[in-house]
Ligand binder design. Sequence first.
Ligand code: ADP
Length: 312
Amino acid sequence: ETVKRKYVKEKKIGEGTYANVYRGHMRHDPSTLVAIKKIKHQDDYRDGMPPAAVREMKYLQELRHPNIIRLLDTFGTGVDTLNFVLEYLPLGDLEMLIRDVHRVRYGVADIKAWMGMLTRAVWFCHSNYVLHRDIKPNNLLIAADGEVKLADFGLAQSFADPGRRMTANVITRWYRPPELLFGARHYGGAVDVWSVAMVFAELIIRTPFLPGDSEFEQIALICKHIGTPTEENWPGVTQLRDYTVPSEVVPVWGKEAYMGRFGAVGADGVDLLVKTLALNPAKRITAHEMLQHRWWRADPKPTPKEDLPRKS
Ligand code: ADP
């Protein structure tokens, strides 16, 4: 099928919540593969355009970085259809690698490489005043050269205006930070950093760290495994609109407590993990500070992207 002269659409490769994704190539250069994301028309929205698609387009047009999926072009084939032309990322996503425990082996150097790419992507978003708000292994796609790319900006939001109230109903539950679970309407980059911490933990243990079945259970898991948010460790937390915690208060675990389960990344890696897991968002390490951490420079060095494990 020919799409507006410039691209040739091939087979369907995926289906998302608001779009079908096809493989394609440039008409005049068949060796340049692309992904064409065709937004499904939805009558419930003005112009048939889902808000997530509008956000995705807006933010991807602004953000250009090696670790953020590149929006190459957009085109419409009718009054109310929209297509995104994205760089083609054929090697699946980080979730596929984490889950394939029997066939995919990886170590600390690989985790360090993937975490470095993720952290740089998040730092770049934040330095451009964009919150991603849906960081999880499934949204980290892998390019042919092994580069990890942050994708799916359908929930992204600008945080340039600190006075503005934002919805707390973002980020997939297992990756959602305590401030959002407690209903905070003013928040910042720290929400993404918490998700990064959850990805980091999951890369190490190869299973989701805090897989709550409900928001209540999510809070309970945070309290049990990290510590109970209280006025002492997080002044003001009890004033958040949805603050509720199990009555038995668990003190915040120290670094030593993480060494057993997460020690594979070494003491420096665990130090970084603990700093990303600060309950109080004001005390949580920032993406920029994460990049200054000594763990990146400690041995083993991050695996070169070409040598990273791939899906089999
Ligand atoms: P969702 O709505 O689940 O977040 P998307 O609409 O972004 O997902 O994409 C759906 C599926 O299409 C993905 O799971 C992936 O398999 C595939 N896909 C999306 N973007 C690309 C891309 N740039 N290159 C290759 N495959 C892609």
